[in-house]
Design a protein around this ligand. Structure first.
Ligand SMILES: Nc1ncnc2c1ncn2[C@@H]1O[C@H](COP(=O)(O)OP(=O)(O)OP(=O)(O)O)[C@@H](O)[C@H]1O
Length: 484
C-alpha cells in the first residue's frame, strides 16, 4: 500500500500553516476559564468573512459538542460589549467597552483605546480576560469541531482536531510512523492513541527510549533473543522514543527490519520475522545527515507533527482542567486556583509544553491545598529568564514596526499587542534603526508633518516614524512655550 501524508495538507505544523488559504479561516472564541468548569472549552466560531463580533454578557452563544449554546452569562460581564473587529489581513482589533468592566489582553489591562493585533498574534491566540471572572482565547480555526474516538488527546483548537484526525488515519494503516514535536508536546500519548485505535490494540505497545541506552544496551534491549523489545512486542506496536539518538549500528538494524521484515536476534544463528509496527519519535529534524537517511525515508511514510503548546494557546484551559481533574481523582480534594494564576498559565510560552503545564498545575494544587500563596515565578522554574508570553530576542524588528503601525504608533498599545511590557517596548524602540527619537527630528520637519496631516498626531507620528506619546509630549511642551 502506498500512502504518504508528508505534505503540508496532511502533516501538522501549526493551526494556520496547514491551511489551503486564509480565506477559509474562521475567527473563534474559546472559553479558557469560567466559574462553571463544564463550560471550559466551549466555543463560538464566527462565520467566515469579516464583520465585528460583540462580546458581552448575552452574546455570542458558546457551545460544545454535547450541549446547547449559551452566552457567558456571568453578572460581572458587562452588557456593554467588547468589540472584536476582523481585518482583511487577518489581524484583529479590540475595541474596549465604555463600561468599567475590567478587560485584559494577554495579561495586561486594556485601557479605553482600541488595540490592533497582527495576524501572527491572533494565530498564536489572544488571551482576553473579562470582568475578572472569565478568560477567552481569540484564535483562528481552519476546521469545525467534531466528535472523535481519540479521547485521550485533549484540545479544542484546529491543531488538536487535526492531530486526532491524523491519528485516526494513521491507525487505519500498518505503515511506520514518525512523530515529531518538542519535548512534552504529546508524542508518546499520540503513539499510544495510534496503537489503541489500530488493529494491533490487543497486542502490547512496548516503548524503548533510545536516548538513555549505549549501543550495546540498545541492541540488547531491541534485538535480545527472548527479552528484546521486538520479541516481547510480537504483533503489537514498538515505540522508539528519541529515535534520532539511536547509535548508527542500531539505525542500520532498524532499517533492515523495515526493509525485510526480519532481524537477527542477539546470539541467534538465524533471522527472525519482526511482526511489530514501528513508531518513531523525535524532538528534532532528522534531515541533518547524521541520521540514517534511508531509515528516515521509510519511517516518514506517515508523519504527525505535534505543535508546541504556545502555538495552540486555546487548548491551555481544557488541558489545565484535565490535569486538575486527574489530581482531584487521585487525592480526593479539589482546591481552587485564582483566575489571576490561570491567566498566567494561559499567557506563558511553555518551553516544556503539555508536560510542564501538567507539572505546574500539580504544584499549584499542592500549594493551594496546603494554604500556601501561589507565586507563578516560584512554581515555574526559569520563568524569570523568559518573559511571559514573548522572549524579546525572538521579536523581529519588522514585528515591532508592524505593531506600531497597526496601533497609531502608540507605544502602550503596540506593547500590549506584542505581549511585552512597556519598559521592554522602550528598549526595543531604542535600538531599532528605523525608529527615530523625537529629539533627533528637526522642529521644521515636525511642523511640516503636522501641517501635511492636518494636526493628526497618530498619522504625523507614523510619517515621522517616532512614537505618538513622544510627539504628544513634544507638542505639549511646545504649547507651554518650553521649546520656543
Ligand atoms: N493533548 C493532550 N491531552 C492530554 N494530555 C496530554 C496531551 N499532550 C500531552 N499530554 C500529557 O503531557 C505529558 C507529556 O506528553 P508525552 O510524554 O506524550 O510527550 P512527548 O512529546 O513524548 O515528550 P518527550 O519528547 O519528552 O518524550 C504526558 O503526561 C501526556 O499525557
Amino acid at each position: 500500500m502506498s500512502l504518504s501524508l508528508i505534505d503540508a495538507e496532511n502533516t501538522l505544523a501549526s493551526p494556520v500553516c496547514a491551511l489551503a488559504g486564509r480565506a477559509a479561516l474562521r475567527l473563534a472564541l474559546t472559553i479558557l476559564w469560567h466559574p462553571q468548569a463544564q463550560r471550559i472549552g466551549e466555543q463560538f466560531i464566527a462565520a467566515a468573512g469579516s464583520g465585528d463580533i460583540d462580546v458581552n454578557r448575552f452574546a455570542p452563544l458558546f457551545g460544545g459538542l454535547a450541549g446547547n449554546a449559551q452566552a457567558l452569562g456571568h453578572r460581572r460581564i458587562a452588557r456593554d460589549a467588547l468589540r472584536l473587529r476582523r481585518h482583511r489581513d487577518h489581524g484583529v482589533s479590540l475595541l474596549p467597552p465604555q463600561s468599567r468592566m475590567r478587560v485584559e489582553l494577554n495579561g495586561a489591562m486594556l485601557a479605553g483605546a482600541p488595540v490592533r493585533c497582527t495576524p501572527e498574534q491572533v494565530d498564536a491566540g489572544l488571551v482576553i480576560g473579562l470582568g475578572g471572572v472569565v478568560l477567552l482565547c481569540v484564535h483562528w480555526m481552519d476546521r469545525l469541531p467534531q466528535a472523535s474516538a481519540i479521547a485521550a488527546v485533549h484540545g479544542v483548537g484546529s491543531a488538536a482536531i487535526r492531530v486526532r484526525e491524523l491519528i485516526r488515519q494513521v491507525a487505519a494503516t500498518d505503515l511506520p510512523v514518525l512523530l515529531l514535536g518538542e519535548a512534552g508536546s504529546g508524542k508518546e500519548l499520540a503513539a499510544q492513541a495510534i496503537h489503541q485505535a489500530s488493529a494491533r490494540c490487543r497486542g502490547p505497545m512496548v516503548t524503548v527510549n533510545l536516548a538513555t541506552l549505549s549501543e550495546t544496551q540498545a541492541v540488547a534491549e531491541l534485538f535480545g533473543a527472548d527479552t528484546g523489545a521486538l520479541a516481547r512486542v510480537g504483533g503489537g506496536t514498538l515505540f522508539l522514543d528519541k529515535i534520532g539518538t539511536a547509535p548508527q549500528a542500531v539505525q542500520a538494524q532498524l532499517l533492515r527490519v523495515l526493509k525485510t521484515g526480519e532481524y537477527r536476534p542477539v546470539g541467534a544463528r538465524a533471522d527472525q520475522a519482526a511482526r511489530a509496527r514501528l513508531i518513531g519519535a523525535s524532538d528534532h529534524d532528522l534531515h541533518d545527515g547524521s541520521f540514517n537517511q534511508s531509515l528516515l525515508r521509510r519511517l516518514e511514510a506517515l508523519v504527525v507533527r505535534l505543535p508546541p503548546l504556545r502555538e495552540r494557546r486555546c487548548d491551555i484551559g481544557v488541558l489545565a482542567l484535565h490535569f486538575m481533574q486527574a489530581w482531584s481523582t487521585r487525592t480526593g480534594s479539589a482546591p481552587e486556583l485564582p483566575l489571576a494564576f490561570i491567566s498566567q498559565l494561559c499567557n506563558y510560552d511553555w518551553p516544556g509544553n503539555v508536560r510542564q503545564l501538567g507539572k505546574v498545575v500539580q504544584r499549584a494544587l499542592s500549594a493551594a491545598q496546603a494554604g500556601q500563596p501561589l507565586a507563578f515565578d516560584a512554581l515555574v522554574p526559569g520563568v524569570a529568564e523568559r518573559t511571559a508570553r514573548v522572549r524579546l530576542g525572538q521579536l523581529s524588528g519588522q514585528a515591532v514596526l508592524d505593531a506600531l503601525e497597526a496601533n497609531g504608533w502608540l507605544i502602550r498599545n503596540a506593547a500590549l499587542a506584542l505581549g511585552v511590557s512597556r519598559p521592554s517596548m522602550y528598549k526595543l524602540i531604542g535600538k531599532h534603526p528605523a525608529i527615530r527619537q523625537i529629539g533627533q527630528i528637526a522642529p521644521a520637519e515636525i511642523a511640516a508633518a503636522l501641517a501635511a496631516h492636518g494636526g493628526d498626531t497618530g498619522r504625523c507620528a507614523a510619517a515621522l516614524r517616532t512614537p505618538s506619546e513622544a510627539l504628544r509630549r513634544y507638542l505639549r511642551r511646545q504649547a507651554a512655550g518650553k521649546l520656543l
